[in-house]
Ligand binder design. Structure first.
Ligand code: FNR
Length: 182
């Protein structure tokens, strides 16, 4: 069984990125698992806080990623870059630095995202690349998914209803699971 952790980089209840991640779960190949983890409990990074110990939600998420076969980041885009809450969460996951290799080294990572704008997080996805390289992950470049006009792709309940995007998402998810299984 291939076990992937998915995190959405938004805290918003009606987040399109969280909705996209939930939709991805529908397309997980039989016998495999995509488990959604939240960054909601992660505090703002502060070295003084770290000196008191790694906060429990951070330690727990680090352990989950460390033992998973891959990580799927579903990123919003703010000002053509990574939203602060998402970057803050990943920054915490890299503490202490001695633990980076346990959590991230060689880890298959895929990035996708959704925005109401025309470019569907293309800049935010590019902004993740130096982070993934720094952490010595194994990024998956076999597929891309930028969901633009996200406000038209989901229904009131946050279900992905656009058939074209559903097909692209199915392809993306199966491609990443295949990659992470290797
Ligand atoms: C945005 N948004 C945005 N969208 C985009 O495509 N490119 C951008 O550069 C920005 N910049 C930006 C800055 C800030 C501060 C905010 C609050 C928003 C819009 C953004 O894509 C939209 O709010 C999404 O709904 C955020 O993702 P979630 O929360 O729906 O997952």
């Amino acid at each position: 069984m291939t076990d992937i952790i998915g995190i959405a980089g938004s805290l918003r209840k009606g987040s399109y990125n969280a909705a996209l991640l939930r939709a991805a779960v529908e397309f997980v190949p039989d016998g495999h698992r995509l488990e959604i983890e939240s960054i909601a409990g992660i505090p703002l990074y502060n070295y003084d806080l770290e000196a008191d110990g790694i906060p429990e939600p951070v330690a727990r998420l680090k352990d989950r990623i460390a033992t998973a076969d891959g990580l799927l980041i579903v990123t919003p885009e703010y000002n053509n870059a990574i939203p602060g809450v998402a970057k803050n969460a990943v920054d915490w996951l890299t503490r202490p630095p001695g633990d980076i290799s346990r959590v991230f080294r060689g880890k298959p990572v895929a990035v996708m995202g959704a925005s109401p704008g025309r470019f569907g997080t293309v800049m935010a996805q590019a902004a993740w690349l130096p982070v993934l390289r720094t952490l010595r992950t194994r990024p998956w470049f076999g597929g891309r998914l930028q969901v633009s006009s996200a406000n038209e792709m989901f229904d009131e309940e946050g279900r992905l209803v656009d058939e074209k995007i559903r097909d692209l998402l199915r392809e993306f998810v199966s491609g990443f699971f295949e990659f992470a299984a290797r």
